[in-house]
Design a protein around this ligand. Structure first.
Ligand code: ZN
Length: 179
């Protein structure tokens, strides 16, 4: 059996959040362990979505759960957004990589996604509402696009101190020698 994994969150401006993620090649025991640990991290952090780069992995895996109930768990391996449609909607988004920062982001209402399940089976689904919102936010992470890029200049100014604080915390962590 693969050893159990535990992930810490990668916070802005960790460079891993800016690297384009690579497709998952093997649907194996390691992938299952990664996905389980990603769900665990997301629930422990009270998030509704998590992308692999947010736990330091440069791979195309998204976990989503809009309600926290087991029946609403959604896993997207190697997702591809085929189309976005519907009216533009505005919603206040947060991000586990930007603790305490929330900003309104405009996105199309619908997204049509192709992805693989845990066993590698491909599927296609069109998401709407809150799930579409989460999927589009998490998908951005796979492309190295972050909440700070999507927020308005006014919000960036409003959150200037909090963003600078994250940068300072990152520098302090980077300066601490690994044990
Ligand atoms: Zn995020």
């Amino acid at each position: 059996m693969a050893p159990e994994l535990h992930f810490e969150l990668s916070l802005y401006p960790d460079p891993v959040l800016r690297k384009p993620a690579q497709p998952v090649a093997a649907f194996d025991e390691e992938l299952r362990a990664i996905v389980a640990a990603m769900f665990e991290r997301m629930y422990a952090s009270k998030g509704v979505g998590l992308a692999a780069p947010q736990v330091g992995l440069k791979t195309r895996i998204l976990v989503v759960n809009p309600s926290g109930e087991a029946k609403d768990e959604l896993l997207l391996v190697n997702p591809k957004i085929l189309a976005r449609s519907g009216p533009p909607t505005v919603f206040e988004e947060g991000c586990l990589s930007f603790p305490g920062i929330y900003a309104e982001v405009e996105r199309p209402e619908l997204c049509q996604v192709q992805a693989c399940r845990l066993d590698g089976t491909p599927f296609e689904e069109t998401f709407s509402g809150f799930v579409s919102r989460i999927v589009q936010h998490e998908y951005d992470h796979l492309e190295g696009v972050l909440l700070v890029d999507r927020m308005s200049p006014a919000d960036r100014l409003r959150h200037k101190a909090a963003l600078e604080d994250l940068v300072a915390r990152h520098k302090r962590r980077a300066a601490t020698p690994a044990r």
